[in-house]
Design a protein around this ligand. Structure first.
Ligand code: 5GP
Length: 208
């Protein structure tokens, strides 16, 4: 059994990453890493489902015990990826989605060079602002901060291997899945198969 891959999904806050990820999991066979955060839960969010909600102290102790494979500060809160789940899942051959911001994504790529980095964007800033407002969970001040952060993140888009525009949800979901499928088909990821099939063919011909 081959090892699983890490699929890193980043994107502007409000680009609909969360929905894209949810659909990907419903439709295809991906595991989802649940992050730890010091952010307060939004209405409807459940501890252990959207995030593991932590105090700053708890979060810092996770860092101290090497319990996170990466972590970052984003708009005044800490976010990090728990190590144990990710390591278990990839060891068991499952592809794991990490929905994380750009610093975390770069950090993951440095540690896991075969991670697939995908950036989800909206087609324009108006769409982004409208989606953030429609969510209705953040104050104008926080929305402004998130759009400011999006401007910074736009500079990092170049570091991603794939950029997908989330205009029509289903198309975006299928585009992300196609990226993963085509990565898996790359011959670099098929070395074992190439050796085995050549050997089988030789044996077949030799045994005739
Ligand atoms: P939100 O507060 O909207 O749930 O998330 C804010 C940002 O933090 C998003 O860009 C999200 O992708 C990112 N994020 C969530 N979990 C993690 C994590 O474990 N590590 C890092 N680096 N970023 C995360």
């Amino acid at each position: 059994m081959g090892k699983g891959r890490l699929i890193v999904i980043s994107g502007f806050s409000g680009a609909g990453k969360g929905t894209v990820v949810k659909k990907l999991i419903e439709k295809y066979d991906y595991s989802l890493s649940i992050s730890a955060t010091t952010r307060a839960p939004r209405e409807g969010e459940v501890d252990g489902r959207e995030y593991y909600f932590k105090t700053v102290e708890e979060f810092k102790s996770l860092i101290d015990y090497n319990g996170l494979i990466e972590w970052a500060q984003y708009v005044e809160n800490y976010y990090g990826t728990p190590r144990k789940f990710v390591e278990q899942e990839i060891a068991e051959g499952r592809n794991v989605i990490l929905e994380i911001e750009v610093q975390g994504a770069m950090n993951i790529k440095a540690q896991y060079p075969d991670a697939i980095l995908i950036f989800i964007a909206t087609k324009d800033i108006e769409t982004l602002e409208a989606r953030l407002k429609a969510r209705g969970t953040e104050s104008d001040e926080v929305i402004r901060k998130r759009i400011t952060r999006a401007a910074e993140e736009a500079d990092s888009m170049d570091s991603y291997e794939y950029i997908v525009i989330n205009d029509v949800l289903e198309e975006c979901v299928d585009a992300v899945h196609s990226i993963v499928v085509s990565e898996e088909c790359k011959k670099e990821n098929k070395t074992r198969f190439l050796i085995d099939i050549k050997k089988e063919l030789e044996d077949y011909i030799g045994g005739r």
